[in-house]
Write a protein that binds this ligand. Structure first.
Ligand code: DX5
Ligand code: ZN
Length: 221
């Protein structure tokens, strides 16, 4: 039976000196997506990965590369990430005054479009643009670092988005959830309405990351 969700391991918690090994782990475990956390030291305090790294990863995997841009001025990085081979590019609603412009730009570059929302931002800020995106990425921690705890209240936000998407006949839009997802709470996130689970530290800090990916998929079998 195929699982009713996709797992997107976040390479933020992998060994940056050997990202090819991280890709092999995702491949052997059977993960669907590769989640790449882009941080600019402005939108969030941390500083991580840019387009050249995605360009290097691209020929090493056939999996769907999911770029999560936690950056100010997202429009400046759309084309570089698209050219580097990103399958999906997600921007933060808090980072722009022109979300439709960013969406149109991502589409014109040929990538799928995601919009992300921080835990304290009202969901009503993204409702008007959900019909224009492929993915809505709900943050279940404050963006910036791996290894944080899943915030209480995230499940209610997922359920509210699920309800909205159903009511508007927009269930083609995937709900992705990011931050604090572990084997012990993954099922409640799926039950709340998520289609894609991001998991970083639970996978890459475990003793057997390949087995951990498989364990995620067994949760709903
Ligand atoms: C946080 C990042 C996450 C992070 C998740 O800002 O967007 O993708 O890697 O890591 P865990 O699963 O450890 O919370
Ligand atoms: Zn992320």
């Amino acid at each position: 039976m195929s699982p009713n969700f996709k797992l997107a391991p976040s390479i933020l918690s992998a060994d940056f000196s050997n990202l090819q090994a991280a890709l092999e782990i995702c491949n052997k475990g059977g993960a669907h997506w590769i989640h790449v956390d882009v941080m600019d030291n402005q939108f969030v305090p941390n500083l991580t990965i840019g387009p050249p790294v995605v360009k290097s990863l691209r020929p090493k995997t056939e999996k769907f590369i999911d770029v999560h841009m936690m950056v100010v001025d997202p429009e400046k990085l759309v084309e570089p990430f698209a050219k580097a081979g990103a399958d999906n590019i997600t921007f933060h609603i808090e980072a722009t005054n022109d979300p439709v412009g960013v969406i149109d730009l991502i589409r014109s570059c040929g990538s799928k479009v995601g919009v992300s929302i921080k835990p304290a931002t009202p969901l009503s800020d993204i409702f008007p643009i959900l019909d224009k995106v492929d993915v809505v990425l709900i943050m279940s921690v404050e963006p910036g670092f791996g290894g944080q705890g899943y915030l209480p209240g995230a499940n209610e936000r997922i359920s509210e988005i699920r309800k909205y998407l159903n009511e508007k006949c927009l269930d083609r839009v995937l709900i992705e959830v990011d931050g604090g997802i572990k084997l012990y709470n993954a099922k409640e996130v799926i039950d709340a309405g998520a289609n894609v689970l991001v998991a970083g530290s639970e996978i890459f800090k475990s003793n057997n990351p390949i087995q951990t990916i498989k364990d995620f998929y067994q949760l709903t079998e």
